[in-house]
Write a protein that binds this ligand. Sequence first.
Ligand code: COA
Ligand code: AMP
Length: 638
Amino acid sequence: MKQEWQGRDRHVGYEQAFERAERDPEGFWMNAARALDWITKPTCAHDPATDTWFPDGTLNTCANAVDRHVAAGHGDRVALIHESPITGHTTSFTYGELLDRVARTAGMLASGGVKKGDRIVIYMPMVPEAVFGMLACARIGAIHSVVFGGFAAPELAKRIEDSQPVAVLTASCGLEPGRTIAYKPLLDRAIELSAHKPAACFVLQREQLRCDLVPGRDRDWQTACDAAAAVDPVPVASADPLYILYTSGTTGTPKGVVRDNGGHATALAWSMAHIYGIGAGDVFWAASDIGWVVGHSYIVYGPLLAGATTILFEGKPVGTPDAGIFWRIVDRHRVKALFTAPTAIRAIRRADPDGEFIAQASLDSLSALFLAGERADPDTLLWIAAKLGKPVIDHWWQTELGWPAIATCFGLGETRIKPGSAGRAVPGYRFKVKDEAGADAAPGTVGTLLIEQPLPPGNFRALWNKPERFREGFVDFAGHYTTGDAGMIDDDGFIHIMGRTDDIINVAGHRLSTGQMEEVVANHPAVIECAVVGAADELKGEMAVAFVVTRAGTADLPTVKQEIVRMIRDDIGAIASPRDVLFTDALPKTRSGKVLRNLLRAILNGQELVVPQTIEDAGVIEALVALAAPGSAPKNTV
Ligand code: COA
Ligand code: AMP
């Protein structure tokens, strides 16, 4: 039996790994690439001329995530566990079963005319077929674009229009606590809205709610899959796109982050061993959704590339059925590392403040809890660390990067954390903080957080359809990648994230654009102007609040408010529901007409107000403070 390559040098600590990646990135990443099976082995790691990783290497990501584990004799090892407290079902697939399902799903795609390089949109709930679909695309070199199931039809339409898929994979419904969401009408509406029409839709019929199929376009997933022959993996170039994942930018148009194959697989395999301390046969659980980057990297590709067992969770941290579900799953499947968003822990704490459910479970298998997606407030982090008695590790990354850039590298033996900091730079990443004048900020000083180029493998190099936007939108005059976050590096090299510098907010770990919400609110006929900002929220970290100026004579504000909330839910999705809509006579602006969103945010959060000299009308601020400040009774909210 072939010895499994764990991709981990057990004699190297964090400092050495960091230094090695800094001094000899070629050697460091060529060594990391040995964790994969290459069809053509790369002869070099990075090509500066094209900024590609492993430029002459070819491989197949699906073969690395599935086939090779079976070939190495581990076909009986559990690859995927679907835990669905919403339906009451737990289903497991061994690597051998996963291979069979994925190869036949690839056959189903091929029967629909899908070829290498074609795009496939996946709009699905958290069911195993969604994972089969992603891996099947990778298998035949098609480029998947998974759209989070919580997005409404217009958002799905934007992604269909931009990525121009040949086919869409979907299901008849998604299940949220207490309600069944019919996906098919949302997909039908999105295709109606989009100028691009996919040729085929494969529809998984779920027993909770079946749907009608459009003749000539829609095909029943099960029937098509049963009729399909298994398809082998095809070789793709390392730099060929594996997937597109749309994420919020500052405008209403989402950005299609493009991920490559070779750099991505190398980086994820390295991270599983050295950040999470996970190897073949371990059980890893990222309690996220496949619609987000965390789901792509750490529900699907990362754990499977490592030969580990991954858990796909169709439920919520609380209410399905209670706040003990996380700990019972850890106990039942002997989970070694759990990854979730701080919001989930805040929700659990609210429901189980004394940690009674935690005490009831046997958590001896758990080595650490990892948190990301939003700031881990020290209070929450220390609470859960005390209740679990295990290391709790905050770490920071973004859709654009694809894997953690700031962390405590637990797999390298690090456990030192500083609550309030996301950790230190992960080997391969070189961070800088610049002040407003563009100079290097002194340690301990907050500024714009940048990463020196070239970015390590796995990070994005381009946006789909807009290759030039990488340079225009993300790279500063000195060639650094601008993260969009403000941060500070302390004397010990720990990096503290202070929040976004743009119009992006984080609601329950979900990245949303307030600019996009403003575009929706401004479409209401009674609205003259509006500004949407993020207000601090005890549970979700942040929630949107809309400040709205209505046309003279608008009388029925309660109805306007209801309509605005409805428009945001219908156009973007329920996850973007604003916490409040506040009606005001005017918005605070500079003399040049720029809306002072920072000031609105400070008013909402009860922070000290720094009012610029250039403000047009100081009276506006007084009125807004009375309207929105915490503790004050909102006067004209409805
Ligand atoms: N499909 C359809 N609708 C969805 C959805 C999906 N996949 N996910 C969420 N929604 C809907 C919800 O049903 C809810 O609708 P409602 O306003 O009609 O009730 C709305 O979007 C907001 O959902 P959510 O953000 O999940 O809030 P919640 O109040 O239902 O639950 C928490 C609160 C804290 C339990 C939940 O936000 C949570 O689990 N957070 C952790 C998030 C996480 O893991 N993020 C991953 C980043 S690593
Ligand atoms: P996303 O692209 O959805 O992963 O969101 C990325 C953004 O989420 C980052 O730019 C940060 O603003 C925020 N974020 C992610 N992880 C953390 C963290 N550990 N601490 C603070 N903010 C975080």
